[in-house]
Ligand binder design. Structure first.
Ligand SMILES: [Zn+2]
Length: 421
């Protein structure tokens, strides 16, 4: 089995290297934006279709011949090709609705995270202890090697985040097919109040440092809005905002990694809900016929759901399980929060609040997140036993009010009338 792993470090680029990297990122960003504009045009006229990578690569060749864009000849071709491949992937993910992927967006200078990828690492690049040699006129650069890079480096990405350069080496290694040390199966419910609840009753709280930093960020953003745009103070404040963004992102990654490692270490089979976060965000807005109900409360909830990085968590679980020889099973999320684990009675009224579950049929009471986790595990058992794919089509087409749409008890939804999409 081949394991691919990324190793990310701070890159200490010299002034000249920083300048060169900015130019290379600019080239890549230009090509992304130009190709995206053409793709958007195609998507608008031809529906769910945009040109694939091979076609886009020909556009670049043509742009290099045109007088106003012939400066692209100065660009490092591999970087441009990789950007186009990324764009191609982004479109395909969007069309296939992978993890609620959004339509690709234009990259704005200084706003989007800039990056370039160097492929054929073994041929064009080299690592010598704490230095890396990069092509495209960059030469040797130091990086803060905080751990060993295991395996053969296949490519590397250099990016600018929060005012600093980073380098990430993508390495591959061959390992024997692993067998998970445990044989247990666990259901995992992901929530807002409790970040994770396991079907064995244990749970993980969201990190409080995360919230504190978000409040700091909100304050910093308000301060930024009061400054004269592009003034010296504005730039200073802008850098502060960017640093906070980076800090929050790394806090989030850290929490997710700790949680996914813990769960993956202990259980061979992890059952999770197959959530469509993208759909969930849209449903709050509603449409002309069906204006969104409780939009304000939900947008807050959705934001924090997205913040918790569920998709990232699933991604981490999947690769960690593959690494250990375990498995991740995603089961349909319908009614997992409304079903009584004791008598199987399904009703939105079973859910008395965001946190409490009480069955209207048999009176069973438990923490609502734990009920969710138990139901998820039970569904996992059924999927494995008889390949149940969820509920019958007739039921599945019914609008479902899942856990995330249950409003606090004071809100209109408490009347027991589900919010129809
Ligand atoms: Zn019951």
């Amino acid at each position: 089995m081949i394991i691919r792993q990324g190793f990310k470090f701070r890159l200490d680029a010299s002034d000249a290297q920083s300048a060169r990297l900015r130019v290379l990122c600019g080239h890549a960003r230009f090509v992304w934006n130009q190709a995206l504009a053409k793709c958007n045009k195609a998507a608008d006229t031809e529906g769910e279709y945009v040109p694939r990578y091979e076609t886009m690569a020909k556009w670049v060749t043509a742009w290099k011949q045109e007088p106003e864009t012939e400066w692209l000849k100065e660009a490092y071709t591999d970087n441009l090709q990789q950007k186009l491949k990324d764009l191609d992937t982004a479109w395909q993910r969007y069309f296939k609705k992978v993890d609620g992927s959004q339509r690709p967006r234009f990259k704005k200078k200084g706003k989007s995270r800039d990056s370039i990828r160097f492929v054929n690492f073994q041929k064009y690049c080299r690592i010598d202890n704490r230095r890396v040699k990069l092509p495209a006129g960059l030469g040797w650069a130091r990086f803060r090697k905080s751990r060993e890079i295991v395996g053969t480096t296949k490519n590397c990405t250099v990016g600018f985040e929060g005012g600093r350069w980073f380098i990430s080496f993508q390495a591959e290694r061959e390992v024997p097919e692993p067998v998970h040390a445990s044989t247990s199966m666990i259901g995992v419910d992901m929530g807002v109040a409790r970040f994770l609840t396991l079907s064995d009753g244990t749970f993980i709280e969201p990190v409080s440092a995360f919230k504190a930093n978000q409040e700091k960020l909100a304050r910093a953003q308000r301060a930024l809005a009061r400054k004269v745009k592009f003034s010296a103070n504005w730039h200073k404040q802008k850098a502060k905002v960017n640093r906070l963004h980076t800090r929050i992102a790394s806090l989030r990654r850290d929490t997710l990694h700790k949680a996914s490692t813990q769960v993956s270490n202990n259980h061979a089979m992890i059952v999770i809900e197959d959530l469509k976060v993208g759909n969930m965000s849209r449903s709050a807005r509603g449409d002309a016929e069906n204006p969104g109900v409780n939009v304000k409360a939900k947008s807050g909830l959705n934001r924090s759901i997205l913040d918790q990085g569920w998709h990232e968590f699933r991604r981490q679980l999947e690769y960690k399980q593959a690494f250990r020889g375990g498995e991740v099973l995603a089961v349909p999320a319908h009614y997992t929060s409304q079903t009584c684990p004791l008598c199987q009675h399904v009703s939105p009224d079973n859910r008395t609040s965001q946190a409490r579950f009480q069955c209207v049929e048999c009176g069973f009471r438990e923490n609502a997140d734990l009920v969710g986790a138990i139901n998820i595990k039970a569904r996992g058992h059924r999927v494995l036993a008889c390949r149940e794919t969820g509920l019958p089509d007739s039921v599945r087409q019914e609008p479902v009010r899942n856990r995330e749409e249950v409003a606090p008890s004071a809100a209109p939804a408490a009347s027991g009338i589900p919010h129809r999409r």
